[in-house]
Write a protein that binds this ligand. Structure first.
Ligand code: ADP
Ligand code: MG
Length: 563
């Protein structure tokens, strides 16, 4: 009696498969990177689990990944002797997408191949990328430590359903057989596969083993070809910096971040002394689809003495740097460290402070060395960086230097003016940095508050992101210059104002005393005070907020929150 069952993919999986197959056509080769990445993760997980229970190795402690192909059958097979999966694991992992927000994400996809391939890149494709090159995929897997009879055979054509069947599996771990599409037969080739392993998986921690190619003079003898390791198989971060090429750094980034594109920059450091650790941190070139989802996985990969401990260790960087990808390998933490322990460990706090500084310094360097790349960074992650001054008060001056704003200098909505640029352009005698906040760039730009600044040729920063006014509450100065909201309080343009201007204002106040009183009476309690101003050149009147009152944007946020 067969216990074969047929199950349907979750709707999201069906959608993803369909879109992936159509939009990643020109990125076919990424399937191998994703599968090797999973195999490497599985080996890491086994090594970690075996710290507590050595029997999981089942007398086979050499962790490795095997890659085979059969040109005649048009198949590629990738096997690992890692942690493996139970039947429940298989249903969960290879039948659904667990990540929240996936459905909304998929709805954004347009059917336009170019746009979608970019979007899917943010999502990270994983196991399902097999179906870009294969029209049938089989998975054989057995969880480490489970009886041979608990093997599982998963089989699917990627068209909506899959079958599951129990099988006997001597070998623990997972074996994936790709039945290549006729237009992907190029991958059933030793040279091609070796090349891809070198390109994407050279510096994963485990050997990728292939059969040596038969050379022509071996022809005729039936000796089976020998195994050979085709990658370097040393964890990249353990090598000295001067032995690592840029391409190797980029390749490793793609492996850990599942990104198709290069990172913008990275920082690789080994610290020795009181604490001993190595970190390799990357700034991605684009934001993941769930950057603003508080539950989205974030954080770096944690290793202790080269043993993988966990993914997404979020304790080592503040929330506003959640876009950073990378690896931390510590010699000071215990191998039994858990998320709970990390939360209350003073070593963790020290490393966090150091890594935060590294990231801020790396960004500063990027801004200086490659402004165009920095602009890309800012466009992707700027709004997240704006959470920085509030979350990380101690580094607010450093963060302030990294902020970019739109400005009346260019009059364009692009946020590309740094506070240092502003200070450099300040008028003789100007002491403050002026900014305006509004709901939109257009609203800010046409605000009557800017009239006097335009007249006097003073630059004003234009802040129209939702978070801006809140952020400015945590930033009061930069480089010794007070940051002044132009719509707040008495506008004292002292520095750039002439005695004449002042005298004129005083005289006007005197002359129009009656008018001011009448306006005040008419408006009753709706305003606190009515003043003559030199702020305006074209508009007859404008509203001003008191120095310590809530600004318009904040008011809206509070109202929306029901306060
Ligand atoms: P991700 O790796 O980002 O979690 P994938 O789609 O690549 O997403 O894989 C989904 C899940 O399937 C993995 O998280 C893992 O639990 C499981 N998985 C995939 N490949 C393997 C494997 N070779 N061994 C064990 N588990 C695997
Ligand atoms: Mg994966």
């Amino acid at each position: 009696t067969t216990q074969k069952e047929t199950l349907g993919f979750q709707t999201e999986v069906k959608q993803l498969l369909h879109l992936m197959i159509h939009s990643l056509y020109s990125n076919k080769e990424i399937f191998l990177r994703e599968l090797i990445s999973n195999a490497s993760d599985a080996e890491d997980k086994l090594r970690f689990a075996a710290l507590k229970d050595e029997s999981l190795f089942e007398n086979d402690p050499e962790l490795n990944i095997r890659l085979d192909y059969d040109a005649e059958a048009n198949t590629v097979t990738l096997s690992d002797n890692g942690i493996g999966m139970t039947r429940e694991d298989v249903v969960e992992n290879l039948g659904t997408i667990a990540r929240s927000g996936t459905a909304e994400f998929l709805n954004q996809l347009t059917g336009d191949e170019k746009k979608d391939s970019k979007l899917i890149g943010q999502f990270g494709v994983g196991f399902y990328s097999s179906f870009i090159v294969a029209d049938r995929v089989e998975v054989f897997t057995r969880r480490a430590g489970r009886p041979v009879s608990e093997g599982v055979h998963w089989d699917s054509k990627g068209d909506g359903e899959f079958t599951l069947e129990p099988v006997e599996l001597e070998q623990r771990g997972t074996s994936i057989v790709l039945h290549l599409k006729s237009d992907a037969s190029e991958f059933a080739d030793g040279q091609r596969l070796r090349h891809l392993v070198k390109k994407y998986s050279d510096h994963i921690s485990f050997p990728v083993i292939m059969k040596a190619e038969k050379s022509s003079d071996d022809e005729g003898d039936d000796e089976t070809p020998e195994d050979e390791t085709v990658n370097e198989a040393t964890a990249l971060w353990t090598l000295p910096r001067n032995e690592i090429s840029d391409d190797e750094y980029k390749g490793f980034y793609k492996h850990i971040a599942h990104d198709f594109e290069d990172p913008l920059t990275w920082s690789h450091n080994t610290v020795e002394g009181k604490l001993n650790y190595t970190s390799l941190l990357y700034i991605p070139g684009r934001a993941p689809f769930d950057l603003y989802n508080r539950e989205a996985p974030r954080g770096i990969k944690l290793y202790v003495q080269r043993v993988f401990i966990m993914d997404h260790a979020e304790q080592f960087l503040p929330l506003y740097l959640r876009f950073v990808k990378g690896v931390l390998d510590s010699n000071d933490l215990s191998l039994n460290v858990s998320r709970e322990i990390l939360q209350n460990d003073s070593t963790v706090e020290t490393i966090k402070t150091a890594l935060t500084k590294r990231v801020l310094d790396m960004l500063k360097k990027l801004a200086k060395k490659d402004p165009e790349a920095y602009q890309t960074f800012w466009n992707e992650f700027g709004t997240v960086m704006k959470e920085g001054p509030a979350e990380d008060f101690g580094n607010r001056e450093k963060i302030a230097g990294l902020l970019r704003f739109a400005s009346t200098h260019s009059g364009e909505p692009t946020q590309n003016v740094g506070l240092a640029d502003y200070v450099e352009r300040m008028k003789d005698g100007q002491k403050k940095i002026y900014y305006i906040t509004a709901d939109s760039f257009q609203a800010a730009k046409s605000s009557p508050h800017l009239e006097v600044f335009r007249k006097k040729g003073i630059e004003v920063l234009i802040l129209s992101d939702r978070i801006d006014e809140w952020m400015m509450g945590y930033l009061s100065e930069f480089d010794g210059h007070h940051l002044q909201d132009v719509a707040r309080g008495e506008l004292d343009l002292d520095e750039v104002e002439t005695e004449d201007d002042k005298k004129q204002q005083e005289e006007a106040t005197e002359a129009h005393k009656n008018l001011l009183d009448r306006v005040k009476t008419a408006l009753e309690d709706r305003v606190q005070e009515v003043r003559v101003t030199n702020r305006l050149t074209d508009s007859p009147a404008c509203l001003v907020v008191g120095d310590y009152d809530l600004g318009a944007q904040m008011k809206k946020i509070m109202e929306a929150a029901g306060q």
